[in-house]
Write a protein that binds this ligand. Structure first.
Ligand SMILES: Cc1cc2nc3c(=O)[nH]c(=O)nc-3n(C[C@H](O)[C@H](O)[C@H](O)COP(=O)(O)OP(=O)(O)OC[C@H]3O[C@@H](n4cnc5c(N)ncnc54)[C@H](O)[C@@H]3O)c2cc1C
Length: 481
């Protein structure tokens, strides 16, 4: 600790990408900022660790940093100077339709159109304009509740399609299974049923990101990106205290503003009786989503995919047809473990061999499970991989499993194993965490929420933190940043 308490202008609780983005935004405006982090290392969902064997670097949470590349906050940083290098796969992702059949998600829209055959023109029509305009579209989407009047053309391109249920858009736009399943699997990242109104939005955003910037990883592990954010904060005069969990707001030094990179449930606990009862009731209505059970592997070689297309992809979706992906997501939403889960797998060493000893590999995969589930999905996840990559299990040197309830123990923001900071239904995208013109402000004087439980929601983009900090600067200090 270098800054004396009395010299502090602001404190931030939580050092996830949003907490650190908030702290940097405040420090850039000249404020003296301290970040309190409960864990032993900074970074929240952006950490890395040798979870399995010495020499194997794993990311317990986020690995793919596509949303960071499209984020105005991350774009304001000189990442190469801060030591951050990105690594891409030949194709951002691929979707497994059956044991011998897959469909890639290419960087180029033109190549994608060729791959999708008679659905190519539709893909070009639906995704192409979004990818072409990604530099304007993504800052708009990553902002607070989109205000269509300011972005009529963008809103007209994205809005109507995004508001559809993902399954309906897939069936309306595409005729064949490869395009339908590929799109459905992208939308399924949101962990809401594909029949839900607005569930197409995630699919559109992830497809757009793949074409616009790819789905890269950070060379050496996601922790490098978190370390870069900490270094930038320190350069600006701020500091991060680790192993410093905050239990009550009353325990914090008196500062003009406090930004909380926590979810509504934690805010209520930390505020105690300082929070107005009406606001507490509104926050208690905030709903958390399903959880994930994740397995990290140390492998003695690459995943032995039957289809060579899959070896070229950074991320692999294992889920079969649109109908099968939809059924798995419906089961989870209904509180049941799916018979055959939809599995998202990232083979980071295909992009970044530095994460494992020479010739060795890492991979992780997770399955969606009901909120708070204690189920260990290793057998079901590995069975899905074996179907497409026979002999996979023989390559496993060591594995590390974290159940949904284990995720919450690892990071209190992952309530019930929900990695998105709260359910991403249309209602909760619009009212996140409650319906308000400024979703970051709270009725507690000087206190702001800045986590993924505020717009724009989950993912590594730092935009919730950045926008919350701008709100605090404007309201508490009269600074327009
Ligand atoms: C398994 C998994 C895989 C994921 N994969 C991806 C991916 O590939 N790409 C992607 O973009 N996103 C991914 N995500 C999501 C991404 O990690 C999160 O959306 C993002 O980290 C949210 O950032 P945040 O700053 O809001 O919160 P977090 O990153 O969760 O950080 C919150 C921090 O606050 C700390 N904290 C909480 N309460 C307190 C307290 N009372 N006192 C002090 N400190 C506290 C926590 O310890 C934590 O460090 C993944 C998440 C998980 C769990």
């Amino acid at each position: 600790m270098t800054l004396p308490d009395h010299a502090l202008d602001a404190v931030v609780v939580g050092s996830g990408p949003n907490g650190l983005a908030a702290a940097i935004t405040l420090a850039r405006a000249g404020l003296a900022v301290r970040v309190y982090e409960g864990a032993a290392t900074a970074g929240g969902g952006l950490r890395s660790a040798e979870l399995t064997l010495a020499g194997f670097v794993h990311d317990p949470c986020a690995t793919v940093v596509a949303t960071a590349l499209l984020s105005p906050f991350f774009r304001s940083l000189d990442l190469p100077t801060l030591g951050v290098e990105l690594a891409h796969a030949e194709t951002p992702a691929a979707h497994v339709l059956g044991p011998d059949r897959s469909v890639p998600l290419h960087r180029s829209v033109a190549e994608q159109a060729v791959t999708l055959g008679r659905d190519g023109a539709a893909w070009r029509r639906v995704i192409g304009p979004l990818a072409d305009d990604a530099d304007r579209l993504m800052p708009w989407i990553l902002g607070p509740v989109p205000r269509p009047t300011r972005h009529l053309v963008l809103a007209a391109r994205f809005g109507p399609a995004a508001l559809l249920p993902a399954a309906a858009l897939a069936r309306l736009a595409f005729r064949d299974e490869p395009a339908r399943a590929l799109f459905g699997a992208l939308a399924a990242h949101a962990m809401v049923p594909l029949e839900g109104v607005g569930s197409a939005a995630f699919g559109l955003v992830l497809a757009t990101a793949a074409h616009a910037v790819g789905w890269p990883v950070v060379r050496g592990g996601s922790q490098r990106l978190a370390d870069a954010l900490v270094a930038e904060l320190v350069r600006l005069g701020g500091e991060v205290l680790t192993e410093a969990p905050v239990r009550r707001l009353a325990d914090l030094p008196a500062t003009r503003t406090v930004l909380l990179d926590v979810t509504p449930r934690q805010l209520v606990a930390m505020a105690g009786d300082r929070a107005p009862a009406r606001y507490v009731r509104r926050l208690e209505r905030f709903r958390y989503g399903p959880g994930v059970c994740k397995v990290d592997w140390a492998l003695d070689g690459p995943v032995p995919w039957r289809d060579p297309e899959l070896a070229r992809a950074g991320t692999v979706h294992l889920g079969g047809t649109l109908g099968q992906v939809g059924a798995a997501e419906r089961a989870v939403a209904a509180g049941r473990l799916p018979g055959r889960p939809f599995v998202i797998l990232v083979q980071a060493t295909v992009m970044d061999p530095t994460r494992a000893p020479a010739g060795r590999h890492t991979a992780w995969a997770y399955a969606h499970v009901p909120h708070g589930s204690r189920a260990d999905m290793t057998a079901a996840i590995e069975a899905e991989i074996e179907r497409a990559a026979p002999g996979f299990r023989d390559r496993v040197l060591a594995r590390h499993v974290r159940t949904a309830s284990g995720h919450e123990a690892y990071n209190p923001n992952d309530v019930g194993g929900d990695i998105g900071g709260g359910l991403a239904t249309l209602a909760q995208v619009v009212a996140r965490p409650t319906l308000a013109w400024d979703p970051y402000a709270t009725p507690l004087p000087g206190v702001y929420l800045c986590s993924s439980s505020t717009p724009p929601g989950g993912g590594v983009h730092g935009m919730a933190g950045h926008r919350a900090a701008r709100s605090a600067l404007r309201r508490e200090f009269g600074i327009r940043a």
